[in-house]
Write a protein that binds this ligand. Structure first.
Ligand SMILES: Nc1nc2c(ncn2[C@@H]2O[C@H](COP(=O)(O)OP(=O)(O)O)[C@@H](O)[C@H]2O)c(=O)[nH]1
Ligand SMILES: [Mg+2]
Length: 386
C-alpha cells in the first residue's frame, strides 16, 4: 500500500471503515477512488477498491432479491464440529456423495435440479462430527448460472469449508474454471494461505499486534496500513507466514477465505487423460484433490480424511483427576489453552492458574503451561484453577 496517499483520500478510506451500510460503503469507496491519483504506485490499491465496489453492488442486489422473496429456506443451522458445503453443477453427484457419506437420504436423479434446497447430513471421521450440506446446483449442465447460484454461494460464505464436486462426465476442467470464476466474483477465495489474519476492530486501546509464527512484514507497515484506512483501535492477530498483502486483502477487499477441496466424481467413467489434466491444474493451485466415485464408493475414506485435514481441526482431550475424556473437544488450529478453558466453562478462563499438557505441543510430557500456549491435535490437557 502506498503510504503517501492524499489526505482527502485517507479520509474517505477512513469513512469506509466506519460505514455500516452497503450504500455508505460504496459511496466512501467511490469517493476515495476519485481522490487517489492514477499511477503505477497506486495501481494495485485502485484495482482492489474497484473490485470491492463491484462486489458491494452485487451484494446489494442480492439483498434486494432476498427481501423480495417470501420465505428463506436457505439457511442450515450448524451442527457438529464443523460445517462443509458441497457445491457443483447439476448432476455432478452431490446428492449421491451426501448419501454415501452421511445418514441423509437425498433424492438422486438423472434429471437436473432434483435438489432445490440445502440438504444436511452428518459425517463421522474418527471422533469428529462434520456436517455436510448439499447446496442446490450453481451451474447448469451447459455451465451457465442457475436460479440458485447466488443463494448457494451465500451459504458457502457461512460454512467452515467447501467441497467443489466436479462431474467427471461433463468437461470437469471447464467446470472448475467456471466455479472458480463464480467464487471469485462472490468475494470468496480458496487460495490456500500459509497464514491467517484476524482483525478485531475496537472502540479504544490503540493498535495491538500479536503474531504467532513467521510474519512477512514489520509492525510499522501494519500500523501504517491501518492508519491509512482510518483504523485507530484494533487487535490484529497474525498467524503463520502471512504477508502484508494478506492484511491488505483482509481489510480492503473483505475477501472471505474458505478451506476447500476439489473432488472429481464419477471416476468410474472418467477419461484417464482428463484426470491427468485436472490433477496438474489442481496441484498448481495447491488445493487438496481426490478422484472418487460416489456411486461405486471408491476412495471415500480418502475423501473423509482429506476433509478433516483441510479443515485443520484439532482434537483436544481434557483430563480431570487423572482421567482422560473419551470424546475430544474439537477446535481450530492455533487454539490456545485459554480458548479451551472458555469452551469448558465461562469462568474457567478467568480462574485458571496453569495447565498441564501431554502431547505434541510440549517438549516435556506433563509440562506446565500458561493460557497463551498453542495446542496441537491429540493433546491431553488438565487445567488447574483457583
Ligand atoms: N457413473 C457414475 N454416475 C454417478 C456417480 N455419482 C452419481 N452418478 C449419477 O449422476 C446422476 C446425478 O446424481 P445426483 O447425485 O442426483 O447429482 P446432483 O444433481 O449433483 O445431486 C445420477 O444419475 C447418478 O446416478 C458416479 O460416481 N459414477
Ligand atoms: Mg442433488
Amino acid at each position: 500500500m502506498p503510504t503517501n496517499l492524499p489526505a482527502e483520500a485517507q479520509k474517505a478510506l477512513a469513512k469506509y471503515q466506519l460505514a455500516r451500510t452497503i450504500p455508505d460503503k460504496i459511496k466512501a469507496l467511490e469517493e476515495a477512488l476519485s481522490l487517489i491519483p492514477d499511477h503505477k504506485g497506486t495501481e494495485k490499491l485502485r484495482g482492489q477498491l474497484k473490485r470491492r465496489i463491484a462486489e458491494l453492488k452485487r451484494e446489494a442486489e442480492r439483498k434486494a432479491m432476498m427481501k423480495a422473496g417470501r420465505r428463506d429456506f436457505f439457511t442450515i443451522a450448524k451442527e457438529g464440529d464443523s460445517q462443509v458445503v458441497i457445491i457443483g453443477s447439476t448432476n455432478s453427484g452431490k446428492s449421491s456423495l451426501l448419501k454415501a457419506l452421511t445418514n441423509a437420504k437425498p433424492i438422486i436423479a438423472p434429471y437436473p435440479f432434483s435438489t432445490d434446497k440445502p440438504t444436511p447430513g452428518m459425517m463421522y471421521y474418527e471422533d469428529v462430527e462434520i456436517q455436510l450440506v448439499e447446496l442446490p446446483a450453481i451451474l447448469t449442465e451447459e455451465l451457465e448460472e442457475t436460479q440458485y447460484t447466488s443463494k448457494s454461494l451465500g451459504l458457502v460464505k457461512n460454512a467452515d469449508g467447501v467441497i467443489i464436486l466436479l462431474d467427471g462426465m461433463n468437461d470437469p476442467v471447464k467446470q472448475l474454471e467456471r466455479i472458480l470464476e463464480l467464487l471469485d466474483e462472490a468475494g470468496i477465495s480458496i487460495k490456500p494461505r500459509k497464514g491467517e489474519i484476524i482483525l478485531e476492530k475496537k472502540d479504544s486501546g490503540g493498535i495491538r499486534i500479536v503474531t504467532f509464527g513467521n510474519f512477512q512484514g514489520t509492525y510499522k507497515e501494519v500500523e501504517e496500513l491501518l492508519k491509512n484506512v482510518g483504523i485507530k483501535n484494533a487487535v490484529v492477530k497474525i498467524y503463520g507466514d502471512a504477508s502484508i498483502e494478506d492484511l491488505e486483502e483482509t481489510i480492503i477487499r473483505e475477501t472471505i477465505h474458505k478451506k476447500a477441496l476439489i473432488i472429481l466424481n464419477k471416476s468410474d467413467a472418467v477419461q484417464p487423460s482428463t484426470l491427468e489434466q485436472l490433477k496438474k491444474i489442481v496441484a498448481s493451485m495447491g488445493i487438496p484433490f481426490a478422484a472418487i466415485s460416489a456411486e461405486k464408493g471408491t476412495n471415500l475414506e480418502e475423501l473423509k480424511e482429506a476433509t478433516f485435514k483441510t479443515l485443520r481441526l484439532i482434537r483436544i482431550y481434557t483430563q480431570k483427576d487423572g482421567i482422560v475424556s473419551k470424546k475430544p473437544i474439537v477446535m481450530y488450529e492455533n487454539a490456545t489453552v485459554r480458548d479451551l478453558a472458555e469452551i469448558i466453562h465461562k469462568d474457567l478462563a478467568r480462574k485458571m492458574k496453569y495447565a498441564r499438557v501431554w502431547g505434541r505441543s510440549v517438549k516435556i510430557q506433563g509440562q506446565q503451561v500458561g493460557s497463551d500456549h498453542i495446542l496441537q491435535d491429540g493433546d491431553i490437557v488438565e487445567i488447574y484453577s483457583s
